[in-house]
Design a protein around this ligand. Sequence first.
Ligand SMILES: CC(C)(COP(=O)(O)OP(=O)(O)OC[C@H]1O[C@@H](n2cnc3c(N)ncnc32)[C@H](O)[C@@H]1OP(=O)(O)O)[C@@H](O)C(=O)NCCC(=O)NCCS
Length: 162
Amino acid sequence: MKLPFLGVDFVVEALGEDDVRHLPALHAEDFVRPWTTHEFASLLEQDPVFGFAVRQVGTRNNALAGFVLARLVAGEGEILTIAVARAHRRRGLGRDLMEAVLRELHAQRAEALFLEVDETNAAASALYRRLGFREVARRPAYYEHTGTTRRTDALVMRRDLR
Ligand SMILES: CC(C)(COP(=O)(O)OP(=O)(O)OC[C@H]1O[C@@H](n2cnc3c(N)ncnc32)[C@H](O)[C@@H]1OP(=O)(O)O)[C@@H](O)C(=O)NCCC(=O)NCCS
């Protein structure tokens, strides 16, 4: 898929082995405890785990602009993590990554897709709601925030795929 945006093209593809070493830096842009290269590699070795990358066409090695990791177990999909580089947000790339996961799960005849999101993460919550996810549970005080005792709830969201 090619997405023309202000003269910049992006392409969504299956995440490859060469991408793994680039994932921690992108993850660290927002996550308090970013996953390491080893953690990403171990996850991707697991059979039910799959992922997609969105790349900026025409840059050196088609630089990674975002990625999503998901898994499918017993007919239910789960988003493990998703991130789009700050420089490329609000261009529809997060939506395109989520739609790539949804297409894969439809092809695998999954029944539903679940995810967890911090109740204060307005951007991610808005993206998920726009894609038809609805809150089905809440994990109180689930997320810690560095340098403060503040804790925020996790919303568990679900989208039916049948
Ligand atoms: C959440 C995230 C992946 C969204 O990626 P993105 O590429 O910027 O999102 P998109 O451009 O595809 O947005 C699609 C829609 O989501 C909603 N949305 C996205 N970002 C938003 C924001 N900051 N505020 C309000 N709505 C937002 C909008 O409805 C948007 O459509 P619009 O631009 O036509 O209004 C990105 O903000 C990110 O990487 N955040 C840090 C990591 C993170 O929080 N991951 C999720 C953990 S659960």
